[in-house]
Design a protein around this ligand. Structure first.
Ligand code: NAD
Length: 421
């Protein structure tokens, strides 16, 4: 029988990931109520899922009062998560919570405390754990073939156009309104690091951390001579500008993410109107972004090994790369494009390819895998996230990375962890 669930936030994740899954798998998931302050999105989702107007809410507390479904999906903006998750957990609901779980480390700790007290289950959307690719990497690290990890590097390379969409023109462009970029993009990578460390060297954790980063490119003084404030106005820089919104959003071949987020009307006229009037047509140099476009994080581990995390917003294409060098072997894993995992054993021979299942869908199959695992867990199955603490380590590391960048100091992560757990 399908699980009955309610949704907070019918935007990109709510509609296109969770809503799309429920439409594909009505035997597993059915939405019975929705809350979103945007009336158009609320009604669109309501119509798509056969939710009567009386169960479509502007304000989420009213939904919690009115609805009795045992499962809640939270896909609202970052700053809403903690309050909504705590309220739902206090009611004993099972919660699938978009990452980051909260917009500060203190609020994340509040969510953790509520999860520990609740009879409901909390899963934070670390989708990459649920991909065949990262499961294979984790399995290889758990096999012991690497030996003891010595030097680790995780890279999160965001394509320039995706950076411009989300972190210059879009939801996460202003530090005051969103979570820091290192949290937003790399809580996944910190989660993978913590998960992989546990697999390769159980008990080894990050002890100290330092970080550097800046907003290098998207500043008014770097705008080309005579650039217009909107790409829909005549702009002498357009032919050479990689960020020309007309090229990024209007071509007939431009579909899917992120194009479908600029407007609910994706006709050529609707898109052009969105660029003329909305945030995604603004010049990237004068749009007012104040968040970093690159950042590095250096970490010392309790074993004496070291790890580096690089967040780069100026890549040609979207990839994640993980390098694990151990005392017995080396792993190179590249996720994105044609994903590959290669292992080289010290005992000789060239690198061998580690097999993993091909997966379709968002985040390399992670979106689908996450929902399936969450629903399975409601039926009693064990999952990778069975402890309420599992997701918290990534948040501890990611929020600390931003604090380390802002302070310029070396943070004692052990001490901070002890303070929260
Ligand atoms: N797991 C992942 O890999 C992943 C990927 C992308 C985004 N996210 C996270 O998902 C969340 C949603 O991102 P998105 O891209 O769908 O954003 P979005 O802006 O497309 O959608 C958010 C929706 O929430 C609605 N909303 C605003 N305030 C609300 C409130 N108080 N209650 C209920 N709804 C409210 C908005 O009107 C909007 O429709 C963010 O926290 C983001 O960080 C996670």
């Amino acid at each position: 029988m399908a699980h009955e669930a309610v949704l907070l936030g019918a935007g990109e994740r709510g509609r296109h990931v969770y809503g799309a899954y429920a439409k594909r798998r009505p035997d597993r998931l059915r939405f019975t109520a929705v809350a979103d302050p945007d009336g158009q999105r609320r009604d669109l989702f309501g119509r798509e899922h056969g939710i009567p107007p009386s169960m479509r809410f502007r304000d989420w507390p009213e939904l919690l009062e009115a609805e009795r479904a045992p499962v809640l999906f939270i896909a609202s903006p970052d700053r809403c998560h903690a309050e909504q998750a705590v309220a739902a957990l206090e009611r004993g609901l099972h919660v699938l919570l978009e990452k980051p779980a909260a917009h500060t480390l203190e609020e994340s700790a509040r969510v953790l405390a509520a999860a520990r007290r609740s009879r409901g289950r909390l899963t934070v959307c670390h989708v990459l754990r649920h991909t065949p690719f990262f499961s294979a990497l984790n399995g290889l690290l758990a096999s012991g073939r690497l030996g003891e990890p010595v030097s680790i590097e995780h890279r999160e390379d965001t394509a320039y156009w995706y950076s411009a969409h989300s972190f210059v023109r879009g939801n996460w462009a202003k530090a005051a309104a969103a979570t820091p970029r290192i949290v937003q993009m790399c809580c996944h990578d910190f989660d993978l690091l913590a998960w992989n460390l546990e697999a390769a060297a159980g008990g080894v954790r990050v002890t100290r951390m330092q970080s550097f980063g800046s907003l290098l490119e998207f500043r008014p003084e770097r705008a080309p001579e005579g650039a217009s404030d909107r790409c829909t106005d005549p702009c002498p820089a357009a032919p050479a500008c990689p960020y020309d919104a007309r090229r990024l959003y209007l071509g007939p071949d431009r579909t899917g993410l992120p194009v479908h987020t600029i407007s609910d009307d994706l006709s050529p006229e609707g898109r052009l109107r969105a660029l003329r009037e909305g945030p995604y047509g603004r010049c990237v140099y004068t749009a007012g972004s104040d968040v970093v476009d690159h950042q590095t994080v250096s970490m010392e581990l309790s074993s004496g090994a070291t790890a580096v995390l690089v967040m780069n917003g100026h890549a040609a294409r979207q990839t994640r790369t993980a390098l694990y060098h151990g005392t017995r072997g080396s792993v190179r894993a590249v996720f994105g494009g044609s994903p590959t995992i290669e292992f080289t054993d010290r005992s000789g021979g060239g690198p061998v390819r580690i097999p993993f299942e091909a997966a379709a869908g968002g985040h390399g199959g992670g979106d689908e895998g996450l929902i399936e695992d969450f629903l399975d867990s409601l039926e009693g199955a064990e999952t990778a996230e069975d402890s309420a603490e599992v997701w918290f380590e990534s948040h501890l590391l990611a929020f600390s990375a931003e604090e380390a960048r802002l302070s310029g100091g070396v943070l004692d992560i052990d001490r901070r962890r002890t303070g929260y757990l």
